[in-house]
Every structure is written in structure tokens, then in C-alpha cells.
Design a protein around this ligand. Structure first.
Ligand code: ZN
Length: 104
């Protein structure tokens, strides 16, 4: 789905509907770009409101990657901790791979 979004085949709203996800912009500490958690069937993406437009876009993609990789279910629906390196790596690698495919 993220690939389709990057290719312009679907919109951000389409992908949010597909994953039953919602984006909230909040004042977060400067070191946090954003995080995502699963609560009552909804994927809640929280984005730091202090980021630039481009950073927000990147962070939304990153959080969508966590959802698309099903990482939220793997950790038992608990609050997703953005400091879990394993998942951070996995999400970033996944995004890089998709972006390469889209550019080609
Ligand atoms: Zn992350």
C-alpha cells in the first residue's frame, strides 16, 4: 500500500482508511518525530507538530511502515515504543526498499 501511495495510485486518505488509521499532530519532545500505537481497532499515528512539512511527510511514511509490517500486533498491541531499534531498523529498511522500487 505504501508503494501505491508513493506511486500516486492512491491518496494518503485511502491508505489511512485501508489501515483504519488516523493521524494526530501533537507537541512532542524534540527527539521524537512520532510514534504509532494500536487501540480499539484503530492505528493511531502521532506526529510531532514541530517538524517541518517534509519531516512530517517522512515520519508519516515511517509510521505507516510499522503498520504495514504488522509490527503493532507483534508486540501485543501495547503502546509502540519508538526506541525499539529492531522495529525501527525494519521499518526504515522497508521504506528504503519501496522508495528504490518506485524510483526505478
Ligand atoms: Zn519507528
Amino acid at each position: 500500500m505504501i508503494k501505491k501511495l508513493l506511486m500516486g495510485v492512491i491518496t494518503q486518505q485511502d491508505i489511512l482508511n485501508y489501515y483504519n488509521a488516523t493521524i494526530l499532530f501533537k507537541e512532542l519532545p524534540i527527539e521524537a518525530n512520532g510514534y504509532v500505537f494500536y487501540y480499539r481497532d484503530i492505528n493511531c499515528i502521532i506526529i510531532n507538530n514541530n517538524l517541518s512539512y517534509e519531516e512530517k511527510k517522512e515520519t508519516i511514511l515511517h509510521e505507516l511502515a510499522h503498520i504495514e509490517l504488522n509490527q503493532l500486533c507483534q508486540i501485543n498491541n501495547d503502546l509502540f515504543d519508538f526506541y525499539i531499534d529492531k522495529y525501527e531498523d525494519e521499518a526504515n529498511k522497508y521504506l528504503k526498499k519501496i522508495m528504490k522500487e518506485v524510483i526505478l
